[in-house]
Write a protein that binds this ligand. Structure first.
Ligand code: HEM
Length: 204
């Protein structure tokens, strides 16, 4: 079964590379004493800035236009929460759930990534073009940029550990497909929906 089309996989890996570059360059920017040992500060700051400016592009390009139909459909899924999903999340996965294409943890991860892109772009722009903003905005932006940066490290490391320990999910983000057996045990509601669509002659 097709879980992610080529547009979605391309957007995911482009986004992952941009996040990776931002995280690697953030370390010497935060720990200023690494400069001179690692790289020149100006160069690192420029790479960080322009990678940051490019950060929303993979998501935007994958959403607009006729090629973005499955991406748009999946964003709707991520924004739709059933009472069972909220209960599952509150019980940390201990209540039964007939999961949709994405489980509540995966939905939360996607929402965090989307919010992070907006927040980091906004606060990073204030840090860069600081002359345009009052001092209080600059102070607030530095604080928010740093707090979100810490959260990004925690969430991305967790995400990578989950990917490495859930091989079928990882392979579906590389090759696009999962088996029906996987869907039956991890995304039963989605499998059911796909069967109904197949029966009516219009698979997603
Ligand atoms: C994954 C996302 C990101 C992470 C983890 C991250 C992390 C960081 C960290 C830790 C710093 C050092 C702050 C300090 O010294 O207190 C920094 C600085 C900065 N970031 Fe980001 N950032 C991210 C995204 C962005 C984006 C999207 C932009 C876009 C404009 C941006 C622009 C900047 C700028 C202009 C600075 C100041 C550089 C300097 O000191 O010259 N960042 N970032």
């Amino acid at each position: 079964m097709l879980r992610f089309d080529r547009i979605q996989r391309g957007a995911h890996w482009a986004n992952a590379i941009l996040f990776g570059v931002l995280m690697v360059t953030a370390i010497p920017l935060y720990f200023g004493s690494l400069f001179g040992i690692v790289l020149q500060r100006h160069l690192v700051a420029q790479v960080h800035l322009w990678t940051g400016v490019a950060l929303p592009l993979p998501i935007i390009v994958s959403l607009v236009g006729p090629w973005g139909a499955q991406m748009r459909w999946d964003i709707q899924r991520i924004n739709y929460w059933t009472a069972d999903e909220i209960r599952w999340l509150k019980s940390l996965g201990r209540t039964p759930l007939e999961a949709d294409k994405f489980n509540p943890g995966q939905k939360l991860n996607a929402i965090f990534v989307g919010a992070t892109i907006v927040v980091m772009l906004a606060t990073g722009s204030v840090l860069q073009w600081f002359r345009l903003f009052p001092v209080s905005w600059r102070t607030g932006s530095t604080f928010v940029h740093d707090v979100f940066a810490l959260a990004v490290f925690v969430v991305v490391i967790g995400h990578v550990i989950m990917a490495l320990t859930h091989r079928d999910s990882l392979v579906s983000m590389i090759k696009g497909r999962v088996s029906e057996a996987w869907a039956a045990s991890h995304a039963a509601a989605w499998l059911h929906e796909q069967k109904v669509l197949e029966g009516s002659g219009e698979p997603e």
